[in-house]
Write a protein that binds this ligand. Sequence first.
Ligand code: SF4
Length: 650
Amino acid sequence: MSGPRYLTKSRFKLGMDCPTKLFYTKKKEYLDSKMDDSFLKALAEGGYQVGELAKCYHPGGHDIATLDYDEAERQTNELLKNDRVIIYEPAIRFENLFIRIDVLVKNGTHLDLIEVKAKSYDDELENPFLNKNGTIQSGWLPYLQDIAFQKYVLSKAFPKMKIDSYLMMADKNSKCQIDGLNQKFRIVRDETNRTGIKVSTGLTADDLKGQVLIKVPVDDFIDLIFKDGSFKEQISCLASAYENDKKIVAPIGGHCKSCEFQCSKENQTKGYKSGFQECWKQALDWMDSDFDAPNVLEVWSYSRKDQMIAEGRVKLADLSVDDFEPDTDGKLGISAKERRWLQVEKVQKDDSTPFIDTEGLKAEMDKWKFPLHFIDFETTMVAIPFNKGRSPYEAIAFQFSHHIVNEDGRVEHVGEYLNTNVGEFPNYDFVRELKRQLGGDVGTIFRYSPHENTFLNHIYRQLREDEVDIADRDELCDFIKSITTSSSSASENWEGERNMVDLWYMVKRYYYDPYTRGSNSIKQVLPAVLNSSEFLKEKYSKPIYGAKDGIKSLNFKDWQWLETKNGEVVDPYKKLPKLFKDVSDKNFELLSEDDELASGGAALTAYGRMQFSEMSAMERKELSNGLLRYCELDTLAMVMIYEAWREWVK
Ligand code: SF4
């Protein structure tokens, strides 16, 4: 171990998440599966520029750029000798606690501690931080604990100063007053691979008028956190454990599913350790072989994981039907409870065959009208608006893909849309093109997850509220209403006559393949159907995709989707050329990870890269081509699921 072992902001956050993690963090032998590319992270999370914008709203400050603890502290203390000063990233230390504050404003004996968060804040809500019973909302707690920790360190380091604390966040209700504000904050990676923001030399005071960030006083909420007394104890317990490299043994539970200190068998044979397995072995008295058996962490959307783990009934073999109460819910297909038990039962019976509710699914399919349309959107939400009149975290839809299946079974990739033009708000053109492509018939439209419906609702609201003259505003709104259902927050209620069918919902109600190990993400369901469906194996193991007289494609030629390795289908996504050449496989996989409701991390990162970083025309072209191929596969995956089902139910 080298260097001082201080409890910093990020270590405090990690320790609050799970104190055991502090023991594993940054040790070479323990693999950490979290993203370790700050540039990609900045692009994927979209809010990195907010910190730099916050500095611009506090002009005249001094930046402490060094990463050296002692030097940063020395420079800070030197600056704090001034009666009035603004410091960006000052280093404050008290004993074994060390923080870098985003913005610190000193005015005599008064300090303003400003923590910048790339998070949307709605100041029109009454008590946005609190529950009805006066406690802090769980969604806000980590943010408020973070600033409470900083206030604690600052007050200990400067006990005579009066401190006011603020969270500075994106103001949901603000409207940007200029075009191109976002493009004035470019994300860059320097020679040492450090990520930073390059602020345009053309940024003027006028550009900063009509702030899109809001400074919210939070001392009352910090007082609430300190009120029960245990918070300070927690800080000192975490700091002491980290300083002395002592493991705090925390209870294992359902939260361990997302623990970053998991490590594959392959990596363990290379000498790496799994923090996750250490915790679980210790808590359950398990051996290596126990990890081979499916366990309760895999059960889909199961709220009793903690209870089962606490009772020591961790493997699926240990669970019984009474743990699931698999009742129907009166709707067509299987209920969530039935589905969970089905997953466990299949493991217990060593049954790897897919379940399909043939009758129920057939009844659904009989309602579908040809040609069938399969669409998928790629979207993002950027913290700093591109255009005048737009708000922070405005929904942006920049890409879609569109496949159809004709009544005679012919599959065609008939359309797509991609707009990565720098600083352009693409949404209205996006909808215009969608309308043009879907408007020629009344065939059923499919989406996978509520995402497409949600974004069309956003665009509907944008169209309705936009003060700019839009000639086809009503037509576009009517079209959106015809293929969607209104979201719960909408002021109008509707259900379109051609409301999209959610294939994800169909999966959950009528189909379960043990190969997915409980995940309904399309990235898991696609390889599952490919492995189970003889029809798909036969059809897609030939180079027919994009071939003359084969399946029409806009981005592939003579492509063979299906290949097998060791008797299993190779994931078709793995066959695609890499979207980013300079990104490690690990980081790309993390970006592409698809939980069931959010998808497209890789696509929105690529979009961010084209918007906020410097790229050559050639790089842009290559990245656009990659985006088109990935999105085409997203809708083809939906087509394949449909084709497998069609063959099974006929
Ligand atoms: S496995 Fe669980 S208890 Fe162990 S470090 Fe990870 S989250 Fe914490």
